[in-house]
Structures are given as C-alpha cells and as structure tokens.
Write a protein of this length. Sequence first.
Length: 303
Amino acid sequence: MKNNKNRISSLIFILFMGCGYPLIRFISKIFDPININAIMFLSGGTLFLLMSLIRFYGEFLKLKKNLWIIPRLFILAGCTAANMYCFVAGMSRTSALAGSIFGLLSMPFSIIMAAVFYTDEREKVKHPAFILGSILAIAGSIIFIFSGKQHSTEGSEFLFGILLLAGTVVVQAIQALVVKGTSMHVHSAVISSITSLITGSFYLILSICTGKIVEILTAPIGEVVMVSASGMYANFVGMVLTFYIIQKQGVVVLSTLKFLIPPATAIIGYLVLHEKVLPLQMFGGFGVLLGCLLSLNSTTKKN
C-alpha cells in the first residue's frame, strides 16, 4: 500500500510538473516577476493554509512546542523567494524546456548535500544501480537538451536567463536540505502553506516599495485571476507535493523524478502546442527514462 501511494504521488508530480513549465512560461509575460510571485504565493498559500488547518490542525500546535522551527520557515521562505524570482525571470527570457532542464540539474547538488548530513540518503547513493542509473540519466538529459534546434545561445537576454536558471540549482539544493530536516518534526503541508504566505508577503511588500504594485492594480481582472489560479496550481506541485515526496521518499527520489520532467514537458508541448521533438531528443528521453527506472528501483530496495 505504501509503495502504491508513493508511485501515485510520483506520477502526479511528473505529469503536473510537465504541464507546469509551459504554464509558468506563459504567465511570465503577463506581469513583472515580483508581482507574479506576490500573486502566486499569496493565493496558493492562502488556499493550502485553509486546507491544512482543516486537515492538519494538530500539526500547527506543534509549532508552539517547537518554536525553533519558525526561523527555519523564514529560511525556507528566503530560499523560495530567491528560487522563484530566478525561475520566473529566467523562464521569461528562455523557454519552458530550459526551465525543466535546470530543474533536473539540481539533482547532483541536492544529493551531495543530503548525503553529507543524512545517513538514509547516503545509503541510497551508494547503491551501484543508483550510480549507473544517474549516469545514464544525466547522459540522456544532455542529449535530450542540446540536440534541440530550437535552443539559441545568441542574445544577451537568453544568456542572462540561463544565468538566472542556474541560480535556482544552488538554491534548490539548500532548500531541499532544510525541508528534509524540518519535515521530520512537522507535516509538509504546514511547512509549504506557511512558507508560501511568508514568501508572498515579502514579494507584496517589495512590489509596494518599488511602485510595481500599480501594474497589478491597473491590470484586467482576468489576468490577475489567471496568475492567481496558476499560483494555486504551482503551490500544490512545487511545494505541497514536492515537500510530501521529500518527507515520504527522500531527496534522492525527488531529484531522480526530476529527470522525467523534460520528456514530459516535450510530450505535453507536442500534444498541446504542436511543438516538434527531434529523433535524437527521443533517444535522449529514452535514456533519461531508463536511468530513472534504475535509480528509483535501487532507492525502493533501500526503503
């Protein structure tokens, strides 16, 4: 039963993340990244705070007994704010596929940091099948990424976008490490909802101080609703579901699942946006899939 739940949550994560990158790419053109993050985090955080209060009210009481958790939530909010700003700003200058690419590149950093501090994660990465699978997945990812003719390395905007996306790699590794330790003491839903509200409040204050709040106040209500709904979607996938997988299956499993996101993004882009996928990209995607299956199988045996 436990393995079935883990498989279902993993499948949902892959499919929803595959849809999420094109969605974020689309709304990144509507508002300034500061305003987008303010709306997304406040709307998503409010929704899941209400859901968490109903479903996990007892978990909130743990915060009174463990006040040391609160500073960690602010650290997570800082990481989330930095990660999402770089992510949205980077996506607006590159592409949906580029965003998914740099999402999976955080795997080596996350694994190294987690393995240093946590014994259970260290044991997972020692498994030969995991090492082989990771190497195969990385090789397949490289083929899949750089074989696409649609990626252009020209233009200062594109290069700046790549630099911003690269910043998310380091931030996500730190974030995963803090979540791993915090989720041992309080439920992931509580962590994600509170962290999201703190992050959204930070961006709202920043928007007001910089005068960019005018962009939201004068925008059509439909655009605000669209970004708000996207925030609820992204909050569920990027925080609630992500933190849940870290809590139940570990950082290594989450990092490995990220290798399946670029192929999923490409498939969804092909079906919905009619974007073409080159034969060499399909070959690379098969390598990613096979590598992930090997790695995930090894982590399941360790559990």
